[in-house]
Write a protein that binds this ligand. Structure first.
Ligand code: NDP
Ligand code: MG
Length: 381
């Protein structure tokens, strides 16, 4: 019998975190939950701790941590953001699932890589803002993507030579507003934007999917994960979300990854790789699948995708500025404090007001992030 993989699930109360625990609970002999962390969802974290019996949990919110400490005698409870990050470096942890949302995940990514643990990366924002500062810390095979498109690309690249890659085709569902005009988008509200046609995810990424900023973040994520030039990354709208992404090689051959539209598959692969485990999901049945559609994205209507390509090409701190403004604008849209198209306006204006600098340090990225948030917040007033 092999020893189980010992994992820390950071962001365990969110969409990816809960699905990670669901995968782990199916393989108790293969996966051991050593640590759990969240921001402030204390009731759910307590429930998860009682079920999965981690050695240690942490909550970024200190009041929530105090409540967890009294509810979980016998479990070590950390309090504050540093306690959350410290879980990534525990000696008893082999693999860290970074399922935090937003640039808040940067420290977890950095700490995990420095500690030499395998990083199952859902938190794409940390790679977008940290860019080469993050990739320079990772040894080959240390960073395993959880994002479905990047997991698909990672799998298509297994056994291939990087020099033979001609293009990466990133598939996009198109979100709930595919085919709509800008006049229609002026009037949409958060409830409509949260109704994603194919994926059930946390609120921030669901809004990013509606604006296509999510695909923009994923373009930058793919650039850093696979070392692919922006000219070699193409986005294609594929409303069925059955093809999770594709890689085209120098001879014109294309490998595609297909599967159920369920994040538990890429999460499970991040834990099982290079092997595969069973999954209780219906496989693709090509006899009943029907047609698969592909169309170009509408860059004019969904400007966030063009803005992200541009920020990626500019490089340096531009993606961090863009990401910070986007986080502020998405939070405001979810609260009804701005309109849907204000998201791209706030992101674009914030990028105009801050000049990008070459990346130097994590501290610099944090300062840039804070400055961009201040500008974006000012634009909301
Ligand atoms: P959710 O909003 O559902 O969950 C976010 C999790 O992070 C929660 O557990 C939250 O805790 C925790 N968290 C947030 N901030 C902090 C902090 N400062 N310290 C500690 N914990 C924190 O997000 P998702 O699960 O949807 O997304 C997570 C990441 O995965 C994102 O980067 C997203 O882009 C990416 N992703 C998600 C997919 C999906 O299907 N959901 C698909 C592909 C990528 P609390 O509950 O206490 O607030
Ligand atoms: Mg994705």
């Amino acid at each position: 019998m092999t020893t189980p993989l010992r994992i820390a699930v950071l962001g365990s109360t969110g969409s990816i975190g809960r699905q990670t625990l669901d995968v782990a609970s199916r393989y108790p002999e293969r996966v051991q939950i050593v640590a759990l962390a969240a921001h402030s969802s204390v009731d759910l974290l307590i429930e998860q701790a009682r079920q999965h019996r981690p050695e240690i949990v942490a909550l970024a919110d200190t009041a929530a941590a105090a409540r967890a400490a009294s509810a979980l005698p016998g479990t070590e409870v950390g309090s504050g953001t540093e306690a959350v990050e410290a879980l990534a470096t525990l000696s008893g942890v082999d693999l860290v699932v970074n399922a935090l949302v937003g640039a808040a995940g940067l420290h977890v990514t950095v700490a995990t890589l420095i500690a030499g643990k395998t990083l199952a990366l859902a938190n794409k924002e940390s790679l977008v803002v940290g860019g080469s500062l993050v990739t320079s810390l990772a040894s080959p095979g240390q960073m395993i993507p959880v994002d479905s498109e990047h997991s698909a690309i990672y799998q298509c690249l297994l056994g291939e030579h990087a020099d033979d890659v001609a293009k990466i085709w990133l598939t996009a569902s198109g979100g709930p507003f595919r085919g709509q005009s800008r006049a229609q988008l002026e009037c949409v509200n958060a409830t409509q934007a949260l109704a994603h046609p194919t994926w059930n995810m946390g609120p921030k990424i669901t809004i990013d999917s509606a604006t296509l900023m999510n695909k923009g973040l994923e373009v930058i994520e793919a650039h850093h994960l696979f070392g692919t030039d922006y000219d070699q990354i193409r986005v294609v709208v594929h409303p069925q979300s059955c093809v999770h992404s594709m890689v085209e090689f120098s001879d014109g051959s294309v490998k595609a990854h297909l599967g159920a539209t369920d994040m538990r598959i890429p999460i499970e692969f991040a834990l099982s790789q290079p092997r595969r485990w069973d999954a209780p999901l219906a496989p693709v049945d090509f006899t009943t699948l029907g047609s698969l559609d592909f169309e170009p994205p509408d860059y004019e209507t969904f400007r966030c995708l063009s803005i992200a390509f541009q920020a990626g090409r500019t490089g340096g701190t531009a993606p961090a500025i863009m990401n910070a403004a986007n986080e502020v604008a998405v939070a405001a849209f979810l609260d009804g404090r701005c309109g849907f198209l204000d998201i791209e306006r706030i992101v674009e204006t914030t990028l105009d007001r801050h000049s990008a600098e070459p990346l130097e340090s994590i501290e610099q990225v944090e300062a840039v992030d804070a400055g961009a948030r201040e500008t974006a917040t000012g634009l909301l007033l």
